[in-house]
Design a protein around this ligand. Sequence first.
Ligand SMILES: [Mg+2]
Length: 299
Amino acid sequence: MENKKLLLIVNPKSGREKMRGQLLRVTEILSKGGFDVTVYPTKARGDGTVRAAKIKQNEFDRVVVCGGDGTLNEVITGLMQSGVECTLGYIPSGTLNEWSAGLHIARDIPSAAKDIVNGEMVELDIGKFGDKYFSYTASFGAFTEASYSAPQDVKNVLGQAAYFFEGIKSLGNIKPIHLKFTADDREIEGDFLFGAISNSMSVGGIVKFNDANVELNDGLFEVVLIKNPANLTEFQSILDGIIRQDLGRKGLEFFHTKAITVSGGKDVSWTLDGEFAEGSDEIRIENIHSAIKLIVPES
Ligand SMILES: [Mg+2]
């Protein structure tokens, strides 16, 4: 039987260059698994998108990303832009984000490579944000920067509660953001401290959803908005609601939708899968149902 063709897009700089020492092992596992492996090291930021967009239909049986969140996002963006259908694999070089952890992708590089060979395919939704794409979260506001910039081990040691105390301490410094959200028959306008449109079991490991509320391939996002609280008591109640996964509290908005329009956010900074994205006066965020096929470990 003819070998299947696999393109390995590697970011040599990600994960403190951890991937460099493992690359031969990874190609060996994939080769033994019946793939002809072509390795493409990315040369600069954005190069993953450029390379992925050049892939032709049926040129590769699998495209595997070795790198961090940023590289994965670049490759998904390239594939979404070209519209070429291709099965994706992901070998994370650094810390696992909440999305890949939720999909049970292995933290250990050789194990993740073995799962590319033996795993099973799932279809997943992808978010479209203006002309950009994200696989798990688009967010803005207060906790965004802190939650993504803090290393995972620090978050683990401090725990969620300590994290929120940091938030409370800096409440005086948080400038609420005035925005309008339009989704289905909802129109929500007000001052917000934080907002996330996500397709993941949690947002930055901070806002955790009840598992029964989330499906990664149902064509729907989860939207969480935190309004600017009137006083400290209301703020405490909001934080308590988040910690207890009780998102029905006053000051919180939580709903599912397949598309949402955000108006009035020209100067608002967004974070897409942990990467900075510029806001604009009107942004359309759409869930592209079953947009990608990803190899995950066998269940
Ligand atoms: Mg969903």
